[in-house]
Design a protein around this ligand. Sequence first.
Ligand code: ADE
Length: 417
Amino acid sequence: MASQVKNPALAEHGRRNIEWAERQMGALLKVQERFAKEKPLVGVRVGMALHVTKETAVLVKTLVAGGAEVSITGCNPLSTQDDVAAALALEPHVEVFAHKGETREEYYDFLNRVIAFKPQVTIDDGCDLVSEIHTKHQGLIPDVICGCEETTTGVIRLAAMEKDCALKYPMIAVNDSDTKHLMDNYYGTGQSTLDGILRASNILISGKVIVVVGYGNCGKGVASRARGLGARVIVTEVNPFRALQATMDGFAVMPMAEAVREGEVFVTVTGNKNVVSTEHIKAMKDGAILANSGHFDNEVDVAGLSAMAKAKRTVRPMFDEYDLGGKVVFLAGEGRLVNLAAAEGHPSTVMAMSFCNQAMAVEWGVKNRGKLEAKVYRLPPDLDLEVSRLQLEAMGIRIDKLTPEQEAYLNSWQEGT
Ligand code: ADE
C-alpha cells in the first residue's frame, strides 16, 4: 500500500512510542485480542481521518487484527506525530497519508487519498471525511456501511446534517458514550491542554489568572487542572446552567468583556467561532497568552490578530509573539488544538477508553450492516459499560456485585417507608 509520510527513517522511534502507548492501553489490547480471534471486520475497508498519534496507531492495529484494511490521514494539519506515521506505514494492511505541518491543500489532498480507498466504514474526528464524501463523492455512499465520530464538534455537525436530511449513511456518535465524553473530554483535555501550554511556554501556572472560555466537559477538565496547579481560574459561558455549575464549582464567572481585563492566560474550549475576538485581544494585558483546545482553529480570531499586529515572531516552537504596538500577546500552537500542536494530545490511558468505543462502534456497525438508518446513533449502553469493565480490569480494580436480594429490591416498588 502506498503511504506518504514525512520521514520513513523515524519508523523505529515510532514503533517504540507505539509500544509505550500499548503498555498503557490494556483495555484496548483486550479488544485487540478478541478481534484477532473473532475477526469481526474481515475484508472491511476502514477510512480514517483521526489525529495520527501513538494512541491512534494502537486503534489502527486493533482494527487490522479484526481483519480490516485501513487507510488513514490526520484530522488537523499540526497533530500528526511523524515517527508514528512512519511506523504505521510499515504495518501490513495499512496506508498512511499525513505529516505534521500540512498545508490546507495537502490536508484535503490526503483526505481524498483516503476517499480514493473507497472506505466502507469511516472514522472521523471533526466530521471532515463525512462532509467531503457527502458533498463531493456521493457515488461512494451506497457502499458505506456506517461511520463513527470521535468528537463533540463532529457530532454537532452530524446533528445539523441529520436535521437538514443531508445525512446519507448511519453514524455512531462515539463521543456520546459516557466512557468517552466523561473521560477523554474531561481528564484528557484537562491534562493535555495544560501540557500543551506548558511545553509551548514553560510558564508557572501557580498564581496565574487563567480564563477558561466554555464550561462543557473539556472546559470543566481544563478549569479543574488549572486550579490544581494553583491558578486563579475565571470561567466565561453563554449557557446559564453551565455558568451556574462553574459558580457552584467555586470558579469566578463573568462576561468575557470583564475577564479580558483580568486574565493572563486564555484557553478556548467552546466549539464556537471568534470567542476571542480582536476587540477582546485589544483589551487584554500586555503579555497575555492565548491558546485554543477546541477542535477548529477559529475560536481565537487568529486572522484578525495577524491583520492588526505590527509584527510577529516565533519565540519558541509553537509559541508566537504578536506586536500590537505598545503591547504584545502570545499565541500557542498557532491557535490550533494546543494539546496536539504543542504536546502529544491526551495520554494513552484515557485514549484507551475512547478507542475501545471506536473499535466496538465499528464492530457494532458492521454487525448491524443494512439494519441501521441514515441517523446518528449512540453506542448501546451495555457496550459503554463493557468499556468501563475493561478499563477497570486493565487498572486492576475490582468492584462489588448486587446481591440477589438487592437486585430484587431495585426491581420492585412495593417496599417503602
Ligand atoms: N485526541 C486528543 N488526544 C488524542 C490522542 N492522543 N490521540 C488521538 N486523538 C486524540
